[in-house]
Design a protein around this ligand. Structure first.
Ligand code: PEP
Ligand code: MG
Length: 890
C-alpha cells in the first residue's frame, strides 16, 4: 500500500482539514476546512507537498500517485455530474499551486483545463453561450502556453491587441465568438511555432503537464527570491490543488472577486474588497479591468452578496483572524475559492489585534504575538509634512502607507541595480512577480493600472513598502524613458514623491513629518510591556532624539556617543584645535571652549531623561576622523587658531591611520590624552549637579569604550572618580553615578571576570565585537558580504542580525564571567542588533537587562522583547493579564 498523496474535498467527501498546511499547503488546507464547516466550495482534490518534494528530488512521481489522481477525477466527475475530457457536460478544472506559506503571485495557476476542440463544442452547447465557451478556451490555451509551455505571454497579448485593432474595439469583452475562435487557433499556431509540438488536446496530458509545471515553479528564480526575502525554507515544496471550475464569466448573474474580512490597509472592521461582473479569476488580481468596490455587489446580486457576507463572517470567527478570500458567483451561486490569513499593513495589524481583544475573539498575549515587531516600522514611518507646498501630479489608490521620495526608474532590473546606492521609485504599468527584485530595493512603487488587490498592492503591503497603485491618468512611455500626467512630463531620473496614505503622486522631493501614534498602538505596546523582561533603552546623542525615544517608550539611554555632539555648528573648530594643539596647554585652551558646550548638551539630555539612566560613552572614534583634509579647510583652521597652515598640515598627516577602526581610538585616546577624559567627566558631573538642583533625577552611567584589559578601565575609572569627587566637593552636592565599560573586543569578553571587578555595568558593543570577531571591517564589508549571504556562506548579514554561533558565544560567556564576579552586574547591548527582533530573542535568552537601539526602533524592540518572553519555554506561565477597560487606555 502506498501512502495517501491525494486528498479530496467538497461534496461530502472531505479528507483533509485546516491544520494540515504542511501537507496540503495553505490553500488546500483552507479549502478542506471550508468544506468541513459548510462553506460552499467547488469540489476538488489536493496533491500533497510530499509529492512535490519527491518529484523535485528524483524528477519522477511516487508509485500509486497516478491511480490516486485517476480515482479523485472519477469522484469529481460523480460529484459534479460532468465528464473529464468528453460528454455533454465536460468537466473543467483549475490547477493551482499552494505552499504552506502563501507566496502571492509566485506560483502559477491554470484555469479551464480540460478544453479541446471537442469539449469546447459541448461547453458551448451546455452553457448555451458560444462566446463564453471560446473565451474560456482561448484563455486556457493562453495560460497553459505561457505557464506550462513557456511561450512568452506577450505573443498572445499582441494577437489580442491586433484583433481588437482590426475590429475597432477597445475591450476584450467586445470581441465576438468568431474572433475568439480564430484567436484560439492563432494561439495554437504560436505554441506550435515556439515548442515544435501541437498544443496538447488530451485532458490527461494537459493535467499532468500542469501538475508538473506547478511543482517546477517551486524552484523558479522568482519563487526562490520571494522565499529568501520572507524567510521561507526552500525544502517545503508546494501542493497542487485541482478544483472543478466554476465560472464568473457566464453573464451578468456571474462575478468574481477578492475580499478581506477587515480592511487590510487600515484594519477597520469593515468587509472590504473588489469584484467584477462577468469576469474570470485572474481579471481582478491582474488589474486588467477596473473592479468595483464589494459593497456595490449588494445592488447587482443581492442574494449572492448576502451569502458572501455570511460566509466571510463565519470564516473570520472560525479562524479567529482576518481572512483574505477569493470567490466566484456562477449564475447566482456563490463559491468560495480560497481563504487565508489576510496579509496586512502594520497599522492594520495593530488595530485588528487590539479590536479583536475588545471583541473577545483573542486573548491579550495572542494580540501581542499577532503583530510582527518589524511591522511596527510602517507605523513609525514619516508622512508628508502638511505644511509643505506640493505639486500633486495625480491621486490614485493609497495601496500601502508611508511617504517616500526617489528617482523615477521604469525597469525593475535597473531599479534593482540603482536602488542599491540611491533612492528610486519603480514606476510600472502594473507589476508582476518578475518585477519582485526591483520592488524589493525601490523606496516605493507606483503603478498606472490595477486595484487595491493588484500584485503591486499586495506585495508592497507585505513588504511594508510605500505603494500608490492604479494611477490611470499616467501615460507611460517607457521606450522614451518618461511618463506624462496632467500635461507634465516626468523623465527617468527625475525625483517624485509618493504618499502611500492618500495615494498622491507628487513632483520632486518633499519634506516629511514624524508619525503620530494611535491609541491602539499605545494599548498594544502597554500589553507588550507587561510580558517582557528585557528593558529597552535608546541610542541618542541629543535632547531632541532623547525626547523622541522617550515618546516611543525608551527606558533610558543605553548609548550617548559624545563625539556626535562634536560635529554640531562650529564646535568642530574647537575639537580640531584640541587635537592639533601639540601640547597640553594648547589642548587645555580648546578643552575650555568645549567644556561648556558638552555640559549644556548633557544638561538637556538629563532633563529629557528625568528619572531614567543615561549611559554616556567617553570619546571613541580615531582623532583623524575629526580633522580637515582639504587645503581650504586647513587654511580656515589656520586663520582661526593662529597655527601656521604648514604646521597644521604636518600635524594632520601625523594622525593619518591606514586601519582607522582599530587604531588610536576608544579608551586609548583617554589614556594618551587623559585631559580629554577629564574634560568630558567634568562636563557630565557639572551638568548632573546643575540639573539635580533644578529637581531633575539624574542617573549618569559613564562608559569607557574599546577596553581590552582591566588596567585600561582601572586607569580611566580613577580619573572619572577623581573628577566626580572634585565637582561634588565644589558644588556641595553629589549625585550617584556608575562607571562601566563597553565589551566590544574579544579580549574583553574573554577576560570579563577580571574587567567586572572595576565595572558596574557592561554594554556589549556588538558592532565592534562583530567586526573584531570576524576580522572584517564594518566599513568595507559591504563590498562582499551580500555575496556571502547570497551564496549561503553565512545566513545573515552579521551586522544586522547577531551571529549567535560566534559573537553570541562571546556575549554569553562574558555575561556569565562578569556575573560570576559581580552578581548585580548590569548587562546591556547598544550595537545595531539592539533593534533587531531576532537578535533580541537571543539577548532575552542570555539574561541581559536591556537592549538599546535607535529611537525609531524602540517600539520594535519592546514588542520583540515581549515576543521573546511569551515564546520562552522557561517562563512557563506567562503572566495572564486582565483585559484592560477601554477607558483605562484612553
Ligand atoms: C558598537 O561597537 O557596537 C557600538 C555601539 O559602538 P560604535 O558603533 O559607536 O562603535
Ligand atoms: Mg564600538
Amino acid at each position: 500500500m502506498s501512502s495517501q498523496y491525494v486528498y479530496f474535498f467538497g461534496a461530502g467527501h472531505t479528507e483533509g482539514d485546516g491544520k494540515m498546511k504542511e501537507l496540503l499547503g495553505g490553500k488546500g488546507a483552507g479549502l478542506a476546512e471550508m468544506a468541513r464547516i459548510g462553506v460552499p466550495v467547488p469540489p476538488g482534490f489536493t496533491i500533497t507537498t510530499e509529492v512535490c518534494r519527491l518529484y523535485l528530488r528524483g524528477q519522477s512521481y511516487p508509485d500509486g500517485l497516478r491511480e490516486q489522481v485517476a480515482a479523485a477525477i472519477e469522484r469529481l466527475e460523480a460529484a459534479t455530474a460532468k465528464t473529464f475530457g468528453g460528454g455533454e457536460q465536460p468537466l473543467l478544472v483549475s490547477v493551482r499551486s499552494g505552499a504552506k506559506f502563501s507566496m502571492p503571485g509566485m506560483m502559477d495557476t491554470i484555469l479551464n483545463l480540460g478544453l479541446n476542440d471537442t469539449t469546447v463544442q459541448a461547453l458551448a452547447a451546455a452553457s448555451g453561450n458560444e462566446r463564453f465557451a471560446w473565451d474560456s478556451y482561448r484563455r486556457f490555451v493562453q495560460m497553459y502556453g505561457d505557464v506550462v509551455l513557456s511561450v512568452p505571454g506577450a505573443r498572445f497579448e499582441e494577437l489580442i491587441e491586433a484583433r481588437k485593432h482590426d475590429r475597432g474595439v477597445k475591450e476584450d469583452t467586445d470581441l465576438s465568438a468568431d474572433d475568439l475562435r480564430e484567436l484560439t487557433g492563432a494561439f495554437k499556431d504560436v505554441v506550435r511555432e515556439h515548442t515544435g509540438d501541437e498544443f496538447p488536446a488530451d485532458p490527461q496530458d494537459q493535467l499532468w503537464g500542469a501538475i508538473q509545471a506547478v511543482f517546477r515553479s517551486w524552484d523558479t528564480p522568482r519563487a526562490k527570491a520571494y522565499r529568501k526575502v520572507n524567510g521561507i525554507p526552500d525544502d517545503l515544496g508546494t501542493a497542487v490543488n485541482v478544483c472543478s471550475m466554476v465560472f464568473g464569466n457566464m453573464g451578468d448573474d456571474s462575478a468574481t472577486g477578492v475580499c478581506f474580512t477587515r480592511d487590510p490597509s487600515t484594519g477597520e472592521r469593515e468587509f472590504y474588497g473588489e469584484f467584477l461582473v462577468n469576469a474570470q479569476g485572474e481579471d481582478v488580481v491582474a488589474g486588467i479591468r477596473d473592479p468595483l468596490p464589494i459593497a456595490r455587489m449588494c445592488e447587482v446580486m443581492p442574494e449572492a452578496y448576502g451569502e458572501l457576507l455570511d460566509a466571510q463572517a463565519k470564516l473570520e470567527s472560525h479562524f479567529r483572524d482576518a481572512q483574505d478570500l477569493e470567490f466566484t458567483v456562477e449564475r447566482g451561486h456563490l463559491y468560495m475559492l480560497q481563504t487565508r490569513t489576510a496579509k496586512r499593513t502594520g497599522r492594520a495589524a495593530v488595530r485588528m489585534a487590539v479590536e479583536m481583544v475588545d471583541e473577545g475573539m483573542i486573548s491579550i498575549d495572542e494580540a501581542v504575538l499577532r503583530v510582527a515587531p518589524a511591522q511596527l516600522d510602517q507605523l513609525l514611518h514619516p508622512t508628508i509634512d502638511p505644511a509643505a507646498e506640493v505639486r500633486v501630479l495625480t491621486t490614485a489608490l493609497p495601496a500601502s502607507p508611508g511617504a517616500v521620495s526617489g528617482k523615477v526608474v521604469f525597469n525593475p532590473d535597473v531599479a534593482a541595480e540603482q536602488g542599491l546606492h540611491e533612492e528610486v521609485i519603480l514606476v510600472r504599468r502594473e507589476t508582476s512577480p518578475e518585477d519582485f527584485h526591483g520592488m524589493v530595493v525601490a523606496q516605493g512603487i507606483l503603478t498606472a493600472r490595477g486595484g487595491m488587490t493588484s500584485h503591486a498592492a499586495v506585495v508592497a503591503r507585505g513588504m511594508g513598502k510605500c505603494c500608490v497603485a492604479g494611477a490611470g491618468d499616467i501615460e507611460m512611455d517607457e521606450a522614451r524613458g518618461r511618463f506624462t500626467v496632467g500635461g507634465v512630463t516626468v523623465h527617468e531620473g527625475e525625483w517624485i514623491t509618493l504618499d502611500g496614505s492618500t495615494g498622491r503622486v507628487i513632483l520632486g522631493q518633499v519634506p516629511t513629518v514624524e508619525a503620530e501614534l494611535s491609541d491602539n498602538f499605545r494599548r498594544l505596546m502597554e500589553w507588550a510591556d507587561q510580558f517582557r523582561t528585557l528593558k529597552v533603552r535608546t541610542n541618542a546623542d541629543t535632547p531632541h532624539d532623547s525626547q523622541v525615544a522617550r515618546k516611543f517608550g525608551a527606558e533610558g539611554i543605553g548609548l550617548c556617543r559624545t563625539e556626535h555632539m562634536f560635529f554640531e555648528g562650529d564646535r568642530i573648530d574647537a575639537v580640531r584645535e584640541m587635537i592639533l594643539a601639540g601640547n597640553p596647554t594648547g589642548r587645555a585652551v580648546a578643552e575650555a571652549k568645549l567644556l561648556p558646550m558638552q555640559r549644556e548638551d548633557f544638561e538637556g539630555i538629563f532633563r529629557a531623561m528625568d528619572g531614567l539612566p543615561v549611559t554616556i560613552r567617553l570619546l571613541d572614534p580615531p582623532l583623524h576622523e575629526f580633522l580637515p583634509h582639504g587645503d581650504s579647510e586647513i587654511k580656515h583652521l589656520a586663520r582661526k587658531t593662529g597655527i601656521p597652515a604648514a604646521v597644521l598640515r604636518t600635524r594632520v598627516d601625523a594622525h593619518h591611520e591606514a586601519n582607522p577602526m582599530l587604531g588610536h581610538r576608544g579608551c586609548r585616546l583617554g589614556i594618551t590624552y587623559p585631559d580629554i577624559t577629564w574634560m568630558q567627566a567634568q562636563a557630565i558631573f557639572e551638568a548632573a549637579v546643575n540639573v539635580a538642583r533644578e529637581g531633575v533625577t539624574v542617573c549618569p552611567e559613564i562608559m569607557v569604550p574599546l577596553v581590552s584589559t582591566r588596567a585600561e578601565l582601572t586607569q580611566q575609572r580613577h580619573i572619572i572618580d577623581q573628577v566626580a569627587e572634585e565637582v561634588f566637593d565644589h558644588a556641595g552636592l553629589s549625585v550617584s553615578y556608575m562607571v562601566g565599560t563597553m565589551i566590544e573586543l574579544p579580549r574583553a569578553a574573554l577576560t570579563a571576570d577580571e574587567i567586572a571587578r572595576d565595572a558596574q555595568f557592561f554594554s556589549f558593543g556588538t558592532n565592534d565585537l562583530t567586526q573584531t570577531t570576524f576580522g572584517l571591517s564594518r566599513d568595507d564589508a559591504g563590498r562582499f558580504l551580500p555575496q556571502y549571504v547570497e551564496q549561503g556562506i553565512i545566513p545573515d548579514d552579521p551586522f544586522q542580525t547577531l551571529d549567535v554561533g560566534g559573537v553570541g558565544k562571546l556575549v554569553e560567556m562574558a555575561s556569565r564571567l562578569g556575573r560570576g564576579v559581580r552578581a548585580d552586574l548590569k548587562l546591556g547591548i547598544c550595537g545595531e542588533h539592539g533593534g533587531d527582533p531576532r537578535s533580541i530573542e537571543f539577548f532575552h535568552a542570555t539574561g541581559l537587562n536591556y537592549v538599546s537601539c535607535s529611537p525609531y526602533r524602540v517600539p520594535i524592540a519592546r514588542l520583540a522583547a515581549a515576543h521573546a518572553a511569551l515564546n520562552d519555554p522557561r517562563l512557563k506561565e506567562p503572566k495572564m493579564v486582565e483585559k484592560p477597560e477601554m477607558a483605562a487606555a484612553s
